[in-house]
Ligand binder design. Sequence first.
Ligand SMILES: [Zn+2]
Length: 662
Amino acid sequence: MKQNWNRQLSFMLGIIISISGNAFIDEDKPCGHAQASQFLRDMQPTSEQQKIDISYYGLNFDMDIATTSMEKEFMVSFVVLDTTLETIELDYSTDNLGVGEITVNTAIMDGDTVSFTHSSDMLSIPAPDSVVVGQQIIIHIFSDCGPAGNRDDQGFNWDYEFGQRAIWTNSQPYDARDWWPSVDFPRDKPDSMDIVVTISDYMTVASNGRLISEIDNGDGTKTWHWHVGHPIATYLVSLSIYEFFVWGDEYIDANNDTLPIMFYTYSHPDTPEPSYMTTNYSLLPEMLTLYAGQFGPYPFMDEKYGHAEWGESYGMEHQTLTSMGDPTERRVAHELCHMWYGDMITCHSYHHIWLNEGFARYAEALWWEHRYGNVGYKQKMEDSKRLDRQTGTIYVEDTESDNIFDWWLSYNKGAWVLHMLRHMVGDETFFEILQAYANDPELKYATATTEQFQMVCEEVSGLDLNNFFQQWIYGPSYPRYQNYRAQTGEDLLVQVIQSGITFDMPVDFRIVTTGSVIDTVLRINEDFMTFNFQIPPGEIVTNLVMDPDDWILKTTEYVVGIAENGPEKPEIFSLEPNFPNPFNPSTTIPYTLDEHSSVSMSIVDIQGREVIHLLNASQASGRYQVTWNGQDMDGNSVEAGVYLCRLETETRTAITKLLLVR
Ligand SMILES: [Zn+2]
């Protein structure tokens, strides 16, 4: 639900005047010291929190630098989803290092002062006696905190940078509650927000969204009002306050619209625009152009993009205003990508954080590909590989632990999933997927799970990708392959063994002989598979390379010879489903022979007319694959539609259905 800020702001200010000096006594005194990094309960919304849908937050801070204290007024607007709602529960710390002791003075619901409790980092307000689904409820909370303790890193920080007072926030994963009350989980985004800060007039307040006003109050303070016009996850809300050096750039999009790019940097007296910043920050317009082309228009064109310096060395993708420490080229690209994947589409819970971090890490490779070519792309993927650290699941089982941000799993292995997907579906389909995902009306400006991303991938590609996502997102580890090869005259026997977990993947193979290079794709989906190849007469196989272009996260070993435990002896004659199916332009058709036989394979259309004859051979028992490139016997591409593949041996016939899409 959209809110009218002007009405609310005046309402909020009106409340401040009417209730000033009317402090409510909180009988439930804050107790205990919650460490921001220690999560106190199951990291999902409470059952009561799941009965409401937040539509709006208004934050209004009056900050006193001298005492590191704040008076805070909050407005929370939500819609009732369930009539059994008994308590309105907002995550709100009672005390923490970053802001000091937090006191809630007054809560007002729909205009009336109401009772509340504030303990164990939860502000609880009894719901009205009876509620109806769809009912909108507005709560105002008056609170204060301070003086602050030491810098806490997580949550809200009263800090010093270059000897001057610096204030910044860092709320991922669950630390927005350290400085404002909310349903502090990614899944419940408000539609809009207002963030208002009053502070000494020499400070600049940077935040999310668009600057509405900067008012000099004439008493040594200024009031800054930022408006966020798009849904935003609580962990992406930020404040950056300093005597900033403010500068900027702009990006002009495909529609000729201009996006302001703002930089808020610390005052380095001699070099207010440090060269390491100007160098990499100047790449932003080109990065925006690249990502807008690949993912769809920049999601916050009506607001801004920018960087605000903070006290951490890394970057954090606060919506429309990344907090940036050391702005390396890869960080600048990474955080920008998050504006699409992470901010516009947010992981529904931190179980699925790879939808944020795997994408942003992969986008670094896309930038490297754009700037440094295929070599750059491949190098970036190689940098993302560290197999000894990548044996866990990408899906984060425990969202209460720091495992959420496992660099080698959530970020790098997540990036590899996209890299592998790209090769499986082909470039064209892959980038269609990225666009379709970013522009899915259900997901855009909302949240997504792995399953929802999988659904988009399947809709766009026409492939059943369940195996792929199950094994790579929910399964631990990666495939460990051993390849054996033995040549006898014109026959090459290749055995592929998987130790550990058996993956099901299409794998590129390159056979190099003294006279030829043979490239083929084999579906490796069992722990022991045997393949037979015909080698041109007189040629000797000099090399066999599995996945020569490194599209799969894996280990590979090569042995010349036959595997000790002998080749598998197939017992069943079968023509297996082709893959991919539906397909375009080509598909692979696997089959198994249980005995030596003459074999023929042909493609016929649904009227029974032969389109092309693919195979006529005498073959030993074993597994084989044939690829059809969607062309007829004259080399012309055939029309989209259903085709039948007919496999015949001396004694048997099998048929499978292929669907060609154009
Ligand atoms: Zn990131």
